[in-house]
Write a new protein. Structure first.
Lengths: 377, 108
């Protein structure tokens, strides 16, 4: 039985060519500390930062803090901010638990107030409601996802961030689902912080991600410890990025991400082809009788749907075990959005494509859904 | 000797009580009929890997691929531990009958 992987919004597969070999080579090679070894050692993190800075159009690559994932980056941002007494944070119901849980924790422990705005039936926040909430609550911070990991709907990050900046709110963008698929340009868009992951649409290995921090943003380090340099200081160095990179870095994974970024820079994504494939799968599913969350452009290659005759979890089980289709079912770690999509409490079946998803893969997914509907109705 | 292996399966819901059981035999139809004798069995024989689903009157759901050695069992939210205990007793008896008697342990 063939295997079709349509769970790229969770983690991409396959990875970019050379990622595996680069990781293996780095693990096998003698490890050097880039900061101490001069020209003896390859500056793995520096090279990766340089490639990320180019992709994000960030002038100073040192503003890019590397870490194991977007959740780590979001926590550096959310726990590192010095919240004023009675501070308010505005966010959206489309957020992943990587945002919602830290905010919930901060509301409990730091007594901040979190306002969660509703989203529309596609998963987008309405700019007018956003503006009203920001005027009403004068938040110290706004956090929002660039693209919903459930529906693929892309928010207008420039507009939402601009509204927030007008009211002097600090802006934090979760680009976990967008970087690698659509442009993410924090300095062009005047966004203060952007959390990103390396293992989704950047096609890098798991264990990679980070946070862009604009020069005007002052964060306290959340994790403190060894940095391999400036060890005579009792406190974390003031220099960014090491101020936020305590502990031994994951050089093999970082090297793998650099390999992925290099490959992607030389093999640009054809967004038209990606959009066509997404549309073909979405419309094909709807034609078969699946209840597809309809999403207008701009969108990422993520499709959420339910079936009239089969529970979400049962469908996922049949797709995996009987058809070899790897997808994701349930809440997708974004528990609040489903109220607005009409998919609470069970969630959705989610197919998420990548640039490596073939037309044959899409046909097979459609055949599988057709067979499941036929057999379960 | 362990009669079956058992592994907790997680999903999005904290109230979920789902386990996989690796059996010492293949789930051919006679075994499936025994597993589903107190419930409704659905077969999906036209799929690339034919599978089955059982919904028992006690609220247990059993899913698996026909002629595979693994079943996935969901227990109801109400009194899941007692229901699981009863199911495992039932499963042990069924397996003993299928593969022969003797003293067996199981692990879960």
């Amino acid at each position: 039985m063939k295997t079709v992987y349509v769970n790229n919004a969770a983690t991409s597969w396959p990875k970019a060519p050379q990622v595996g070999a680069t990781v293996a080579s780095c693990v096998s090679g003698i490890p050097y500390h880039a900061g101490r070894s001069g020209f003896t050692a390859a500056d793995i993190a520096g090279e990766c930062r340089k490639l990320l800075a180019k992709l994000l159009a960030v002038k100073d690559k040192g503003r890019l803090v590397l870490g194991p994932n977007a959740t780590h980056g979001l926590n550096i941002a959310l726990h590192g901010l010095r919240f004023r007494p009675g501070a308010v944070v505005v966010t959206t119901a489309a957020e992943h638990n990587a945002v919602l849980r830290p905010l919930h924790y901060l509301a409990k422990t730091k007594y901040i107030t979190v306002h969660i705005l509703p989203v529309d039936k596609q998963g987008r926040v309405d700019p007018e409601e956003w503006e009203q909430a920001i005027i009403q609550h004068s938040p110290q911070l706004v956090v929002f996802t660039h693209a919903s990991n459930v529906t693929g709907a892309v928010n207008d990050a420039v507009l939402l961030a601009g509204i927030a900046k007008k009211r002097r709110a600090i802006t934090l963008l979760d680009a976990s689902q967008s970087l690698g698929i659509i442009p993410v340009l924090p300095e062009v868009w005047s966004i203060d912080m952007v959390a990103f992951t390396g293992h989704k649409y950047l096609l890098g290995p798991p264990g990679t991600g980070g946070l862009y921090i604009a020069p005007q943003i002052d964060l306290e380090p959340v994790w403190v410890g060894g940095t391999g340099v400036q060890s005579d200081l009792a406190e974390m160095p003031q220099t960014i990025p090491i101020r936020f990179e305590a502990g031994t870095p994951n050089d093999p994974a970082t090297a793998g991400l650099a390999a992925a970024l290099t490959w992607s820079a030389n093999h640009l994504l054809d967004s038209g082809v990606m959009a066509d494939k997404t549309e073909r799968l979405a419309s094909g599913l709807a034609a078969l009788g699946a209840k597809v969350i309809e999403v207008t452009t701009p969108r990422t290659p993520v499709i959420s749907f339910t079936l009239p005759s089969c529970l979400v979890e049962d469908a996922g089980e049949l797709l995996h075990k009987s058809f070899g289709i790897v997808c994701r079912t349930g809440l997708h770690c974004a528990p609040l959005i489903h109220k607005y999509l009409g998919t609470a409490p069970s969630g959705t079946i989610r197919f998420s494509l990548s640039r490596f998803t073939t037309d044959e893969d899409i046909d097979y997914c459609l055949q599988a859904i057709e067979a499941i509907i036929h057999e379960t109705i | 000797m362990k009669l079956y292996e058992c592994k907790k399966i997680e999903n999005c819901f904290s109230s979920s009580h789902m386990y996989e059981y690796r059996l010492p035999l293949k789930t051919r139809e006679e075994v499936i009929e025994q597993l589903g004798k107190n419930g409704q069995i659905k077969y999906y024989k036209n799929f690339p890997r034919p599978s089955f689903q059982i919904q028992s009157v006690s609220g247990i759901s059993i899913k698996g691929v026909i002629a595979d050695g693994v079943i996935r069992v969901s227990f109801p939210e109400v009194d899941p531990l007692e229901t699981q205990k009863n199911f495992e007793q039932f499963l042990t008896e069924l397996l003993e009958k299928e593969i022969g008697g003797g003293e067996h342990e199981h692990s879960c």
